[in-house]
Design a protein around this ligand. Structure first.
Ligand SMILES: Cc1ncc(COP(=O)(O)O)c(C=O)c1O
Length: 482
């Protein structure tokens, strides 16, 4: 027997839960391996559909050509010695070559570490993007390039969480990175429930109640996380809600963490950034209560039409943090050396894509709009299918990459789940995987109101065959447990 056991390792790791890559996902990969081996698998399906995770390029999303052409030159700068071949034979446009040269001149070599907080010229590009997006200048000194938004969240929560009494307000349902990270840090999750009846809106009243309850129990509630647009809900916060959250944050001195990784995945409503609203409030109230609000906003190359999640890139931007605290954030970031440099380069292209009139623009915008349209079409097809399913209720797709329907299961199904040692929605999702090869995530993995059941599915997978598989499974399941 080795030195390490489940009992003597870090119990915070043992306690942390991350359902999007949990038991169902592991089982689905076993099925996939079995199918890959060929022969008689004994399975009632011949493909596995990973609808459990927002991983666009694992499914159908093609990488944007401009990004990949530039990357090919960054990885192999020798190709730049043959510009004529690139342009005349391989169809690279002159702006691809120009961008690769510009990046190389600023990055040096993509195989080398960069500065801890990221390549300075890329941080400047991000600052210009923030200024264009929000109408307020940004300072690159407060921008930190990260290995995906996850690593930014990890950094910020490490710095924020000082003891088990530290409380962080987390929306429920949520992307489980947050609850898992708080479990790892042995800090306290202070849940606030989103309002399903109001299209998963964020209610200030609910936030206040959760805050009051936690503080009266001795928790030092010091930050609020907002996922906007939401995962798994897809909901975008209207500006009025962002204003009230910021007003409350100013009153209670709450650090605001705005996870805005789905900012371009919006079908209904419009994305408004927390940064824009905070800086507007500061302008409207000079020398007022908003000047001290600490806001961290996060973005990523993983989602949207970029979908380059395997390259691990993102950034976070800080407003209102003290110099001393920011130095500690910088130190924390520097301990992991730097974000992947290729990921940083994709961040640069995401925030500074080809512009109208530039040679790559036409193809870029065709690809970008094609992806957005495709997502909308698939989301709607899935939504229409859910509408037809007995005991399934789902709001209209609003954004992000997911639908999060409610399911109503019979007592007989719940009893069968109990016998199986599972929560009812876990049981349902496991049965779905076993019958269809479609892997979704039970609502329990994101948090849900007591007594309600959900599952989350991405709408990234192409075609309608897999939707048909779910519909048939559901009918059979309902009949079996009637
Ligand atoms: C709300 C939210 N935040 C952060 C992330 C992490 O993304 P990244 O790949 O940038 O680490 C995800 C991934 O699904 C997400 O849904």
């Amino acid at each position: 027997m080795g030195r390490l056991t489940l009992e003597n390792i870090n119990q915070h790791v043992v306690k942390a839960e991350y359902a999007v890559r949990g038991e169902l996902a592991v089982k689905s990969e076993e099925y996939r391996a079995k199918i890959r081996k060929g022969g008689d698998t004994g399975l009632p399906f011949d493909t596995v559909v990973s609808a459990n995770i927002g991983n666009p390029q694992q499914l159908d999303q093609k990488p944007i050509t401009f990004f990949r052409q530039v990357l090919s030159l960054l990885e192999n700068p020798n190709l730049l010695e043959h510009e004529d071949v690139l342009i005349n034979s391989l169809g690279y446009k002159s702006d691809v070559v120009a961008r690769a040269k510009w990046l190389l001149s600023n990055v040096g070599n993509v195989g080398a570490y960069s500065a801890s907080a990221g390549v300075p010229a890329i941080k400047e590009s991000v600052a210009k993007f923030l200024e264009r997006r929000d109408g307020f200048a940004a300072d690159p000194a407060h921008i930190y390039l990260s290995g995906g938004a996850s690593s930014g969240v990890n950094t910020l929560l490490h710095v924020l969480c000082a003891s088990p009494d530290t409380g962080i307000l987390i929306p429920i349902p949520q992307y489980p990175l947050y609850t898992a990270s708080l479990a790892l840090l042995d800090a306290t999750c202070v849940p606030y429930y989103l309002d399903e009846a109001a299209s998963w809106g964020t209610s200030l009243e609910t936030i206040k109640e959760s805050y009051e309850k936690a503080t009266s129990n001795g928790t030092d509630v010091r930050a609020i996380v907002i996922i906007n647009p939401g995962n798994p809900t897809g909901a975008s916060l209207p500006e009025s809600d962002i204003r009230s959250v910021l007003e409350y944050a100013a009153e209670k001195k709450l650090v605001v963490m705005a996870d805005e990784v789905y900012q371009t995945n919006v079908f209904v409503g419009k994305f408004t950034s927390f940064r824009q609203v905070l800086l507007t409030l500061q302008k409207e109230n000079p020398g007022g209560k908003y000047d001290d609000v600490e806001l961290a906003s996060l973005h990523s190359i993983s989602k949207g039409m970029v979908g380059e999640c395997g390259h691990r890139g993102g950034y976070f931007d800080l407003v209102g943090f003290s110099k001393e605290v920011e130095e500690q954030i910088y130190k924390f970031v520097s301990i992991t050396l730097c974000a992947p440099v290729i990921g940083q380069c994709i961040v640069e292209m995401m925030v500074n894509p080809p512009k109208e009139g530039e040679p790559s623009y036409e193809l870029y915008s065709k690809e970008y709009n094609g992806i957005l349209e495709g997502l909308k079409v698939r989301a709607t097809a899935l939504y229409e299918a859910f509408k037809e399913m007995e005991g399934v209720e789902c709001g209209e797709p609003q954004g992000s990459m997911y639908l999060f329907p409610t399911i109503t299961l019979s007592d007989k199904a719940k009893q069968a789940a109990e016998k199986d040692g599972r929560k009812p929605d876990e049981f349902y999702c496991m049965r779905m995987l076993e019958a269809t090869g479609v892997c979704v995530v039970p609502g329990a993995g994101f948090g849900q109101k007591e007594g309600t059941l959900h599952f989350r599915t991405t709408f990234l997978a192409p075609g309608t065959d897999w939707v048909g598989r779910i519909t048939k499974f559901h009918k059979d399941f309902m009949n079996e447990f009637r």
